[in-house]
Design a protein around this ligand. Structure first.
Ligand code: BDR
Ligand code: CA
Length: 309
């Protein structure tokens, strides 16, 4: 089993990613670290604790950064709801770890006998702080499978994808860390199409978890209907989990990614040098395509434990 730490900001698609990570036999989730992103860290932490309780797993949830490294925080309540879960309030919560996310990284990585994979599906603030504070622990990290960026542009602004736009300095630090990076970019994740009918399958066949995922999806589906005029939402964060288990479902490109971190119209843009004579060697394996039909089926079957054909 591959040891995993999940760094996240739940968040609707984060909740799907967390549920998938716990359901995949080949992954061993050691801890969940939260960060401010979609909503303030108080909510992302509460949502993670609620989900852990509902899933009945014994995994610590440690609270991380409350703000980006340099820029001011802002939130994505229009997509994820004010509380990150489309106003669905979980009241039965797993305990909060007495450790901060940073203390938990240090403890797990320094004690690890095997290298640990980080799945990073929120802004990269915690991980950038770890890289800058404890460089001696980096050789304990197998790779970072992150959701962020887009070679073609963004979703928060025309240039910036939400996680990279939110904390571009952190994204810059992570991409320049020398660690192996798998980057689930919008180029791939926007090809994942999760419809109302898929949410209905979860509700009907997926027990308590299925009902929760259905219910928290309603605000995001509504946002996409009204604002993007699309009848589906993307399961962005799930791809950072699924690539580790089903790499054959994705197309990838090894490229050199540079993050635009200045305030301005390019903030958060993940620029890639695709020239053959590029000076810099690739620093990321970027997911640029995926098999949507198979992926949605895997998600529904894994989360319900039932055949969905
Ligand atoms: C990313 O931004 C967040 O809103 C989602 O949870 C995902 O991590 C997509 O751009
Ligand atoms: Ca997220």
């Amino acid at each position: 089993k591959r040891p995993i730490i999940i760094d996240c900001d739940p968040g609707v698609d984060d909740a799907f990613a967390l549920a998938m990570a716990f359901a995949e036999d080949s992954l061993d989730v050691l801890a969940i670290h939260t960060v401010a992103g979609n909503v303030p860290v108080g909510y992302t932490t509460k949502n993670a604790r609620g989900l852990v309780k509902l899933l009945g797993v014994d995994v610590p949830v440690a609270k991380g950064a409350t703000e980006p490294l340099i820029f001011d925080p802002f939130f994505a309540a229009e997509v994820h709801g004010e509380n990150g879960f489309g106003e669905i309030e979980l009241t039965d919560l797993a305990p909060l770890s007495p450790l901060t996310a940073m203390e938990s990284y240090v403890k797990i990585l320094s004690e690890a006998e095997e290298k640990v994979t980080i799945i990073a599906i929120g802004p990269l603030t915690n991980i950038a702080l770890l890289i800058k504070s404890y460089p001696e622990l980096l050789d304990k990290i197998e790779c970072i499978s992150l959701m962020g960026g887009g070679l073609k542009g963004g979703n928060t602004t025309s240039a910036g994808e939400f996680n990279f736009f939110y904390d571009p300095h952190a994204a810059h630090i992570v991409l320049n860390s020398g660690l192996p990076i798998i980057m689930s970019s919008l180029d791939a994740t926007e090809q994942s199409e999760f419809h109302q009918k898929d949410a209905d399958v979860l509700k009907e066949k997926g027990g308590e978890l299925g009902v929760l995922l259905h219910d928290i999806s309603q605000s995001a589906l509504k946002f996409h209907r009204e604002v993007n005029h699309s009848d589906f939402m993307n399961l962005h964060d799930v791809m950072a989990v699924l690539y580790l288990v089903y790499p054959e479902l994705f197309t990838t490109k090894d490229v050199y990614v540079k993050i635009a971190y200045d305030e301005g119209i390019m903030r958060g843009f993940s620029h890639t040098d695709i020239r053959l004579q590029a000076e810099n060697p690739p620093n990321a394996k970027v997911l640029i395509g995926l098999d949507n039909k198979k992926i949605i089926r895997i998600v529904l079957e894994t989360l319900t434990g039932k055949d969905v054909t």
